[in-house]
Design a protein around this ligand. Structure first.
Ligand SMILES: [Zn+2]
Ligand SMILES: [Zn+2]
Length: 340
């Protein structure tokens, strides 16, 4: 991921007009920098789109930022979360405590939050190392795992489905299910203002992570879903995009088409890479050959694990298109090009 920095002015709380505000909420220690939290006005009190990372500094920025815009966090009527990731859902629980409002997210991500909550409470710990071993990571790296268990965000009070209208009296904020980055990722279409809150699905400069965990799952196709979700957004036309990172940009359809093209090219290169090799490759071998923002050897174990997840998603998409096949051994999974 490459990051192009924009002027500081865009990283301050802003009145975007039409009863929409934005507040940048820092993600301490993360190169992404901040999450853009949006507030949408309604007679029952504003609704937030996402909430930011769970950290005291982030809470200060959120509650303080809202205050400079004339909004008391206790007046918030609800938080609609674009997806369960901690830079989006992290502070939702604290907003709920301060305001008595609701938290809403898509049912598929709510199911993941339930799973994470159960996993955090369980004793079983070999999940990560089993997954890494099967993908072809070397034994030392597999034993190490990918670091600690993630802290689950607050359970939502409301589960959303595609096409639902968010509880926002007097306005029309419609849920567009855009799986890929997560299974329950949603964009939110403010139909009365031709604006689309895009979460992490469509960002102006970088592209979101799309991975498979565990890596060898063959019953899902997140990259295929992601590409379909880009088409769904494209069908809405040239709306203004209000993303959760970077900066606001015009014509979401054009950017969605650009991202689709980027992944299609990556798939063509990956198919060619497998076709050149006489022997089947592990996910780890494939990941090490793909292009990342740093040389493979310089990636930390966590970033390597994410790169492998992304490689797995691309391999699975090629498999779903009938261009490569999977050879599932007892303790290793490999991939091989099929004649086209
Ligand atoms: Zn995310
Ligand atoms: Zn994010």
């Amino acid at each position: 991921m490459k990051t192009r920095r924009r002027p500081y002015a865009e990283q301050r709380p802003q009145d975007l007009g039409g009863g929409v505000w934005s507040v940048p909420v820092p993600i301490p220690g993360n190169p992404l920098g901040y999450t853009l939290v949006y507030a949408v006005e309604s007679p029952k009190g504003p609704v937030l789109v996402d909430a930011g990372w769970n950290h005291p500094e982030a809470w200060e920025a959120l509650s303080g930022g809202l205050a400079t815009l004339g909004i008391d966090v206790s007046a918030v009527s609800g938080v609609v979360v674009t997806h369960f990731h901690p830079d989006h859902a992290g502070l939702a629980g604290q907003v709920r405590e301060a305001s008595g409002g609701w938290i809403a997210m898509h049912g598929s991500d709510a199911a993941l939050v339930r799973l994470m909550t159960e996993y955090a409470a369980s004793e079983h710990d070999s999940f990560q190392s089993d997954m890494l071993r099967r993908a072809g990571a070397d034994p030392g790296e597999a034993r190490q795992g990918l670091g600690g268990r993630p802290t689950p965000p607050a359970m939502p009070d409301r589960e959303l489905r595609d096409g639902d209208l968010v509880d926002l009296p007097g306005r029309k904020l419609r849920v567009l299910h855009t799986p890929g980055h997560t299974p329950g990722h949603i964009c939110l279409h403010l139909e009365d203002a031709d604006r689309l809150f895009t979460g992490d699905h469509v960002l102006p400069d970088i592209t979101p992570h799309v991975g498979i965990y565990p890596y060898d799952r063959d019953d899902v196709d997140p990259l295929g879903d992601f590409l379909d979700s880009l088409d769904r957004v494209g069908d809405l036309g040239p709306l203004d995009a209000l993303p959760a990172h970077e900066w606001i940009f015009p014509d979401v359809a054009a950017r969605a088409a650009e991202i689709r093209h980027h992944h299609e090219e990556k798939l063509v290169r990956l198919r060619a890479l497998l076709a050149e090799r006489p022997v089947p490759l592990t996910i780890w071998e494939v990941a090490a050959m793909m292009t990342w923002n740093r040389p493979w050897d310089q990636l930390s174990p966590v970033l390597r694990g994410m790169a492998a997840g992304e490689a797995a998603a691309h391999l699975r998409a090629l498999e779903a298109r009938g261009q490569i096949r999977r050879l599932s051994g007892v303790d290793l999974v490999r991939f091989q090009a099929l004649d086209s």
